[in-house]
Design a protein around this ligand. Structure first.
Ligand code: HEC
Ligand code: HEC
Ligand code: HEC
Ligand code: HEC
Ligand code: HEC
Ligand code: HEC
Ligand code: HEC
Ligand code: HEC
Length: 330
């Protein structure tokens, strides 16, 4: 998404703080000078109970005045304001102005870096990776959210008992949800008792193979193993929670393949047709029985993991001709 600074107003709050001294607005998420992989939320703590409105500008593009002064709002959300931002790729300069009635009360500024998942981009070193689950952060939320879940709650597969879904539901709003994420088994992979809390202590094949040992066994039997698989990498292609692409792929399959195999784009692949183009790799139906009506893509011909033949041809087609005949029956 490349939309600029669009803010969808979700919810806001004013806290009846006991003390009289009010700090400036706190950027809870993202916090200043961090980088994030998702354009999911901007979470602010307003700190001043008199504030009635907030205006947020992202890279110079300003939102409408967001009204946070109503009694209903304060009752529900106190001084927490959550909006759904659309970050620009890369650096985002965010300015938050708060208002009491028509008067501007204060203004706060911060910079974050947005390097979206699955695009292989990373942030410059002055931006630190964001971490939320530290006790000083969590205690700001414990008034309304369950931040000290019991073991039974942590392992509950019921949405209403699970202590993670209330804040993280959005990451499950995708077309293809990974099995254990869909059953809210978050703490199978996210260990509670580590620092930072809920970090994953195992990654990649070591994690995936705990449940997908059948896959690992299958890969081991193959004569040719694809580079990333041989290196135990699974998360370059698969999102452990889910995505809008089948197989929970982080991006459409051709984009994934071409992110490492750029050269394939530059020369006609497989054949050179009369118009000088290569073999179609998308944009029409895959006629083979294997892919049952999905669109042509790199995996119409190549197994993404491993195979008994060179180039990991699907169906272990021993040579080009056998491969071609899967779809071209003469
Ligand atoms: C005054 C009560 C209150 C406090 C304090 C509070 N929240 Fe919430 N929060 C809510 C309510 C109410 C909802 C909406 C109910 C729901 O969907 O579970 C919500 C929902 C959320 C959501 C999901 C938003 C969505 O619709 O996708 C996130 C994320 C969230 N809160 C984060 C936080 C964080 C982080 C903190 C601490 C900095 C915090 N909240 C503190 C009341 C609060
Ligand atoms: C009060 C809301 C809230 C609750 C409840 C909550 N989280 Fe989070 N969590 C956040 C926010 C906000 C972030 C930072 C934004 C993001 O990464 O989506 C975050 C980030 C994370 C991260 C990334 C690392 C980090 O610390 O920033 C993990 C992992 C995580 N949460 C796991 C969990 C698990 C597992 C549970 C349930 C046991 C849980 N969270 C409950 C709000 C919450
Ligand atoms: C199959 C294992 C697995 C399951 C199940 C799982 N996660 Fe994760 N999660 C991971 C891995 C691996 C990462 C990447 C860790 C990193 O980047 O540091 C991650 C990262 C995250 C992050 C931070 C980065 C991001 O993707 O935005 C959050 C938040 C998170 N998980 C929340 C959850 C919640 C909530 C659940 C349950 C609904 C859950 N996870 C279930 C493995 C899992
Ligand atoms: C806690 C057990 C568990 C762990 C750990 C786990 N998975 Fe899964 N995975 C499942 C379950 C359960 C399913 C759903 C099975 C089904 O639908 O056939 C699934 C399904 C999948 C699918 C889709 C299968 C299909 O046929 O569409 C993929 C891809 C996948 N997992 C990849 C991974 C990767 C990559 C990792 C490591 C980051 C991982 N899994 C870690 C349990 C796990
Ligand atoms: C180069 C990208 C890539 C990597 C790396 C990768 N996968 Fe896959 N994986 C795919 C694609 C593409 C599919 C979909 C295949 C299909 O639908 O025909 C898939 C499908 C799957 C499935 C569903 C069953 C199947 O074979 O169709 C599982 C399970 C799975 N992968 C597990 C893993 C595990 C475990 C790892 C790490 C050892 C891994 N993958 C690494 C691209 C990858
Ligand atoms: C993370 C990077 C990465 C991704 C993503 C990736 N590959 Fe690869 N691929 C490699 C590496 C590394 C090798 C082994 C080195 C080489 O021969 O180029 C390789 C080798 C290959 C080969 C064999 C080349 C030969 O000369 O024997 C084929 C075919 C291939 N990949 C196809 C694909 C397809 C199809 C996809 C998408 C499903 C894909 N790759 C995604 C890194 C990647
Ligand atoms: C119609 C079948 C077909 C499709 C679709 C296809 N390939 Fe290939 N690919 C082949 C064949 C056949 C070879 C063996 C070398 C040759 O004959 O040109 C090959 C070889 C390769 C190689 C290794 C040799 C080289 O040229 O570097 C890579 C890497 C590769 N393909 C990647 C891809 C990627 C990435 C895509 C998707 C954009 C893709 N292929 C789509 C059939 C296909
Ligand atoms: C997975 C299915 C599949 C495989 C395998 C496959 N093709 Fe194709 N091929 C197609 C489709 C689909 C088209 C497009 C047909 C159309 O547009 O009518 C096509 C078109 C072509 C064309 C015509 C290109 C044009 O646009 O004029 C040639 C030549 C061709 N394939 C050669 C091969 C060769 C050689 C192989 C084996 C190395 C091969 N194909 C393997 C599916 C496949």
């Amino acid at each position: 998404m490349t939309g600029k600074g669009i803010l969808v107003f979700i919810a806001a709050v004013i806290l009846a703080a006991a003390t009289a001294a009010f700090g400036a607005v706190t950027f809870v998420y993202p916090s200043p000078n961090t980088w994030v992989e998702r354009s999911n939320y901007l979470i602010l703590k307003l700190n001043n109970p008199e504030v009635t409105g907030v205006r947020i500008a992202v890279n110079g593009i300003s939102s409408d005045l967001l009204v946070v002064g109503s009694p209903e709002y304060r009752k529900m959300f106190q001084d927490i304001l959550i909006v759904q931002p659309v970050w620009d790729h890369g650096r985002n300069d965010v300015t938050v102005e708060s208002f009491i009635g028509k008067d501007r009360a204060e203004s706060a500024q911060a910079q974050f870096y947005f390097a979206p998942r699955g695009e292989g981009a990373s942030a410059p070193p002055e931006f630190k990776p964001y971490v939320f689950h530290m006790s000083d952060m969590e205690k700001r939320c414990s008034g309304c959210h369950n931040m000290e879940p019991s073991p039974a709650q942590l392992f509950s597969t019921l949405e209403k008992e699970n202590p993670c879904v209330g804040c993280h539901r959005k990451m499950l709003n995708v077309k293809f949800v990974h099995g254990p994420a869909g059953t809210y088994s978050c703490v199978y992979c996210h260990t509670e008792k580590v620092a930072p809390r809920y970090a994953v202590t195992k990654r990649e094949a070591a994690l995936c193979n705990e449940c997908h040992e059948d896959k690992a066994a299958e890969f081991r039997k193959r004569k040719y193993i694809h580079g990333p698989i041989a290196g135990g990498m699974c998360e370059v292609c698969h999102d452990p929670h889910g995505s809008n692409h089948y197989g929970q792929l982080k991006a459409p399959v051709n984009e994934l393949c071409l992110s490492c195999h750029e050269a394939i784009k530059k020369t006609p692949h497989v054949v050179r047709t009369s118009t000088g183009e290569g073999h179609p790799v998308g944009g029409r139906k895959d006629p083979s029985a294997l892919k049952s009506g999905r669109e042509m893509s790199c995996i119409s011909c190549h197994n993404p993991h491993a195979s008994d033949v060179r180039y990991f041809f699907v169906n272990n087609a021993e040579d080009r001709m056998v491969l071609c005949q899967m779809c071209h029956n003469k």
